[in-house]
Write a protein that binds this ligand. Structure first.
Ligand SMILES: N[C@@H](CCC(=O)N[C@@H](CS)C(=O)NCC(=O)O)C(=O)O
Length: 281
């Protein structure tokens, strides 16, 4: 099920999902419009069969939530690779702590990938798996230097920048779980410097990490950067570097599936941050 098909749970604090019909609703879209009434039945059935044959089997499930930056990379990747989609995991209700979920991922985190009998956790590892199996051009296995560059960009985010992101962005989006640091101004400054350095290090060859070509590094990191952009009005002094903003906008222009970060029944990253309070300590 995609984000337009099953509403995520009401999070603690009682937030109401928005009600507008998503533009890309599978049931409302032209692609799936019923055949014209005047069409002969046999022809309609034959056409329906052909249409059904064309629909790819989406067997991979990405257990996650659309406002989770860690989940969105794998969700977009599964969509682009046409191999699977988001399966809502109601973490606010403890759905990731059940015995069944523990069988999928012993560490009880989202995202968790389920591909038939196989399952795994960790967003970076999931991105690599999805690309290698379903969309290798996004992590080209025979081009070791390109893979090295991709891994470097993704792993630097996880080991160097995520902890700074967690001090500035998470307290806005998830105030029940993350408190702002005592010296917020210093945390903001350090975070901006880290974003700037990441951009200067990994975007020097073009608009994406691999220059003109997309890779899993972009799918992994852009959701975090987009969340930072959404937080600008909520955090004094937070100004995402212009190079990073251009990069995020280029990604939106290149990847249709990126719309899940703007609109997803009220639970997209943009929607999630929109009505959050301004950070103060
Ligand atoms: N390093 C992991 C982090 C996963 C993670 O912390 N996921 C969060 C959601 S973004 C989660 O599962 N939260 C619920 C919990 O830990 O109980 C990854 O990259 O996938």
């Amino acid at each position: 099920m995609g984000c337009t098909e099953s509403k995520p749970p009401e999070p603690a604090g009682g937030r109401k999902p928005r009600t507008a019909e998503p533009e890309d609703s599978k049931h409302g879209g032209k692609e799936f419009a019923p055949a014209a009434a005047a069409e002969p039945q046999a022809k309609t059935e034959a056409k329906a069969e052909t249409e059904a044959e064309k629909v790819p089997v989406k067997k991979v499930k990405i257990h996650g939530m659309p406002m989770s930056m860690n989940c969105v990379g794998p969700i977009m990747l599964a969509s682009v690779a046409e191999c699977g989609e988001l399966e809502i995991c109601k973490v606010f209700e403890g759905a990731h702590k059940t015995e069944a979920f523990t069988q999928l991922n012993a560490y009880n985190h989202i995202p968790t990938l389920e591909d038939g009998e196989f399952s795994m956790g960790e967003s970076n590892a999931i991105c690599r798996y999805l690309a290698l199996k379903y969309k290798p051009e996004l992590y080209p296995p025979t081009e070791l230097e390109l893979c090295g560059k991709i891994d470097f960009a993704m792993d630097v985010w996880a080991s160097e920048i995520d902890k700074l992101h967690a001090k500035v962005v998470y307290p806005v989006g998830f105030p029940d779980f993350y408190k702002p640091p005592e010296d917020l101004a210093a945390a903001v400054e350090a975070y901006i410097a880290a974003l700037d350095k990441w951009g200067k290090t990994f975007l020097k060859d073009g608009k994406f990490v691999l220059g003109d070509k997309l890779s899993i590094a972009d799918f992994k990191v852009v959701p975090f950067l987009w969340a930072a952009m959404c937080c600008e009005p909520k955090v004094d002094g937070l100004e995402v570097p212009a190079q990073i903003k251009e990069y995020v906008n280029a990604f939106f222009g290149a990847v249709d599936a990126a719309k899940v970060m703007k609109k997803c029944d009220g639970y997209a990253i943009a929607e999630w941050f929109e009505d959050k309070d301004k950070l103060s300590n």
